[in-house]
Design a protein around this ligand. Sequence first.
Ligand SMILES: Cc1ncc(COP(=O)(O)O)c(C=O)c1O
Length: 384
Amino acid sequence: MKRIYLDNAATSWPKPQAVKEAVCLHFDTLGASSGRSGYQEAIEVERLISETRLRLARFIGCQDSSRIVFTQNGTDSLNLVLHGLLQENDHVVTTEIEHNSVLRPLHDLSESRNVSTTMVSPNSEGIVEVQSIQQAITPETRLVVISHASNVTGVIQPIAEIISAAHAQGAKVLVDAAQTAGHLPIDVGQLQVDYLASPGHKGLLGPLGTGMLYIAPGEETSLKSIRQGGTGTSSEQPEQPSVLPQKYESGSHNVPGILGLNAAIKYLTDRGVADVQKSIELLTDQLITGLDEIPDIWRYGPNQITPQIGVVSLNVNGLESHELATILDSSYRIQVRAGLHCAPLMHRSLNTLETGGTVRISLGAFNTSAEISKVLEALRELCS
Ligand SMILES: Cc1ncc(COP(=O)(O)O)c(C=O)c1O
């Protein structure tokens, strides 16, 4: 049986062939670190790293590629902002839809720096309303942190409105684009977002072990580096360089990963995010329409008019979520994820803690309508 991969919210698969070739180019031929040495391969690696930074910058509407910092994953990017920006007694506004990559650093900071957090609930459609954010912001609020889209319900949040509302009240905004980068167009210049964090290995189609953080002009003066070390530049100085991106990129880069990410962004740019978005939208519509016709299925999430990405959560009456995911894999080779998806507060508000969370079907750039039909067929058979 052919594998049907529907766990793209965890990491995307398959990757474009060019991604594999770019990773192999480093293993087979280039084999050098970046920004450290002066021989030909090292210079070529440095050129390719700069090319990736430039491609990523253009991809998200950023004019200055030095404002793109390479990280290990989405979690690493989020930690950089939360630990680098927040100070003793600061206040943060965030939401119940957030991932543990936001909730756990904030918990840690509440203990180490007395950072307090106001948690905003989404409405019954899973949308975090602008007014709720506005009401939660106080004069002490340094930062608002919000996911561009929930990794449990898939609901897209009104981030443009939230960013302007937060700015009007003097707060900075960190957007977690883990589930949207590569699946929805993002323009940081238009959004005027202060920080945008994303993995490189989900919708951006790069290898695992890659991530990025966009830092808006001027923010580098208040954002501390949370790791210090070798940058290959200003080595005589005892302190971390203050220039971008070196300030936040200590130690050797994940060169094979970044070269893979370069090829991935090229693929996405050539194909166009609008095309990926359209394809996922059509498949999500097919999936939701089919699911809503199966009596024993509980689908959690928005009605069909609420904007959403290709992430759909469900349970089948009488089955624990892990049981269902195991049956789907063992009997049908349909690969989905079960559980809380690292977003525990979301499940409290969905009332899905008792069912062990939900089964999450998450679509990617390469899924097909035939695959969705097979998923619906399998679920119909299981429910009959
Ligand atoms: C909304 C959200 N934020 C952050 C992350 C963390 O990303 P990474 O796995 O790259 O650390 C995830 C991953 O599932 C996510 O869904």
